[in-house]
Design a protein around this ligand. Structure first.
Ligand code: AMP
Ligand code: MG
Length: 353
């Protein structure tokens, strides 16, 4: 299926949106004046889900419509699948060579570029939105079930490198310094979008008890009435028939990255849709990474980045990020190895059988 943004791990959204509530009510009083409303819509090449608590259906429907309009606007800004999006038009300016001068961009695009460069620096280039030309080769490989020729990978790599993005905050402008660059924010934009939806609900409609998410990226606002948090079942490489791992959170983001859904097997090797900027190919490690943090832009890029960085370097990054926690599963020597960051236990719980 063609996907604007990656659609990796769906079950955490489904579970969260289906209202997998925790067993405890913690004695909080219910707010009977609020009812639960659930929406979903195909957006950004995947299914976005929205759950909110509002006083009546009319208010909820109006709020949801405004949310979808905001998601559409962000898709038209950030989708690398759409040739007419703002980010695609920016990349196209390098078709015949590096850009001669900076161009001003929208606030949303500038913020995405700024956060992406920060992510690239913090991950030592393992998260890099300039991997677009390599992502295009990966998509071709997936269609043809054939690896790209090494010469094509080398040619693509000449357009890859986050240092080729020059930002000027004073003018909110950007200049791309290599030829044939393709910016791909598929590893960070859904987290940002989910958080933007919650911001809109809060600021325009006064709705704070809400959760928005797509594929593996969710932002949770205030908890449902009478609950202490939203409950999300983590997707991992572990046996699906086992009870699973649950977290409870509010005013936090949660993202999961991995190759459970998007991969290609070529000559018996499984290549994930997450690219190693070093090899130019999809990751061949079987890994699933969940990151939890107050900001879902962070959880989105960090779960992708940690997939590339691996458990040791990745966990070090998580530990040094304020409020962040992570759980990683990886297949090593035919067995599943599990890593949990120090703060992970603050979120995890086992529902009563
Ligand atoms: P996610 O599902 O959030 O882990 O993001 C995966 C998507 O991010 C891919 O489908 C690509 O569009 C993009 N991507 C792949 N590899 C990288 C990378 N090394 N750095 C940044 N973005 C990447
Ligand atoms: Mg991501």
């Amino acid at each position: 299926m063609k996907s604007t943004f990656s659609s990796v791990i769906v079950s955490i959204v489904i579970c969260a949106l289906a209202g997998c509530q925790g067993p405890a009510n913690h004695g909080e009083s219910k707010a009977p004046s609020l009812s639960r409303f659930e929406y979903s819509a195909p957006k950004m090449g995947t299914i976005f889900g929205l759950t909110l608590y509002a006083s009546d259906k009319g208010a909820a429907d109006r709020a949801a419509a405004a949310c979808w309009a905001r998601v559409d606007q962000l898709e038209q800004t950030l989708s690398d699948w759409r040739p007419s999006s703002e980010i695609s038009l920016l990349s196209q300016q390098t078709l015949n060579g590096p850009m001669a001068a900076p161009v001003p961009v929208s606030e949303d695009l500038y913020y995405m570029l700024e956060r992406s460069l920060e992510a690239a620096r913090l991950s030592d280039g393992d998260f890099d939105i300039t991997v677009g030309p390599l992502v295009r080769l990966w998509r071709r490989s997936q269609q043809l079930v054939q690896l790209p020729k090494p010469s094509r990978i080398e040619a693509a790599k000449r357009s890859v490198g986050y240092r080729f993005i020059k930002l000027d905050p004073a003018h909110r402008s950007v200049q791309l310094l290599a030829p044939r660059m393709v910016l791909d924010v598929g590893g960070i934009a859904k987290g940002y979008t989910s958080m933007q939806v919650l911001k809109l609900l809060r600021e325009r409609f006064g709705i704070t008890r809400a959760l928005c998410g797509a594929a593996g990226d969710i932002h949770a606002g205030d908890p449902p009435p009478g609950k202490s948090g939203w409950v999300v079942r983590l997707e991992s490489l572990e046996d699906k028939s086992k009870p699973g791992v649950y977290v409870r959170l509010h005013n936090y983001g949660i993202s999961t990255s991995g190759d459970t859904e998007r991969f290609v097997i070529i000559d018996g090797v499984r290549y994930s849709h997450i690219i190693s900027p070093k090899t130019g190919l999809g990751l061949t490690d079987r890994i699933a990474v969940t990151v939890i943090a107050p900001d879902s832009t962070t959880t989105d890029w960090m779960s992708t980045a940690v997939s590339v960085m691996g458990p040791e370097k990745g966990l070090a990054l998580v530990e040094q990020t304020p409020g962040a926690a992570a759980r990683i599963t990886k297949i090593e020597g035919g067995r599943i190895a599990v890593w949990e960051s120090k703060r992970f236990g603050q979120f995890a719980f086992q529902p009563a059988p």
